[in-house]
Design a protein around this ligand. Structure first.
Ligand code: SAM
Length: 220
């Protein structure tokens, strides 16, 4: 996909994929929500790969949410929402800026204006969470979710398969029993990068595991 292409471009042109997985503190220091938005969500023609990747994700999310009654309900939790709003239409600061419609908030496509207004009214809370913790939401109590969506988060937050599996268990505690977790993930990436900052590693070990999960789901 687009991120894989960028990974290749990265390896060739700019930075090598990091040899070791960067831990959470590195992520927190180096993830720049504004740069991330510019790099991957500007929808500019110079970033065709990124736009195509987002359009593909949007199309798939729309299909999932329109097909499955199990993804309907009152409460949706977006885990690792970051600064993006496409999956709901968040990083806290960028999401909060956007929620308040503040000057300087990232400009999503004008044709989404109506949807954006609706979403501003729908989002109830933006909270810190850590998927590596048994209780990812910390001390805040939340009603159990009818659906969880998590896009491009776990592969960057988890250094290996064991952490990835436990993160899945951790976030599933936020979900009502029998309800669905909808994930968008980038199979095959080892890192992604933002302009003017270090590359952020992703866990390659996770790929065979996810491929197997997808295969099992496919095969029923
Ligand atoms: C690549 S961004 C994805 C943002 C957005 N969901 C998207 O689809 O573009 C990864 C997100 O995971 C979050 N993240 C990283 N480590 C995390 C952790 N341990 N627990 C929860 N979120 C984490 C980061 O803050 C960042 O917002």
């Amino acid at each position: 996909g687009a991120r894989e292409e960028r990974g290749a471009e990265l390896a060739l042109g700019r930075m090598e994929a990091p040899a070791i997985f960067m831990e959470a503190e590195f992520y927190q220091r180096n993830f720049d929500p504004r740069e991330y938005l510019k790099e991957f969500y500007s929808m500019s023609t110079s970033r065709e790969g990124a736009s195509a990747f987002m359009m593909l994700n949007l199309g798939n999310l729309r299909k999932i949410f329109s097909l499955s009654e199990h993804s309907r309900g009152d409460i949706l939790i977006d885990v690792g929402c970051g600064p993006t709003t496409y999956q709901l239409l968040s990083n806290h600061r960028e999401m909060k800026k956007w929620l308040k419609n503040e000057a300087g908030a990232f400009h999503w496509e004008p044709k989404w204006a109506k949807k954006q207004e609706k979403l501003r009214k729908t989002v109830k809370q933006v909270l810190k969470c850590d998927v590596t913790k048994a209780n990812p939401r910390g001390p805040v109590s939340l009603p159990p979710a009818d659906c969880i969506v998590s896009t491009l988060c776990l592969e960057g937050a988890c250094k290996d398969l064991a952490t990835f599996r436990s993160a899945l268990r951790n976030i599933s505690t936020l979900l009502k029993p029998g309800r669905h977790l909808v994930m968008v993930t980038a199979l095959g990436d080892t890192c992604y990068t933002q302009q003017n900052s270090n590359s952020i590693s992703e866990a390659p070990e996770v790929v065979p595991f996810l491929s197997l999960c997808i295969f099992q789901a496919w095969a029923g």
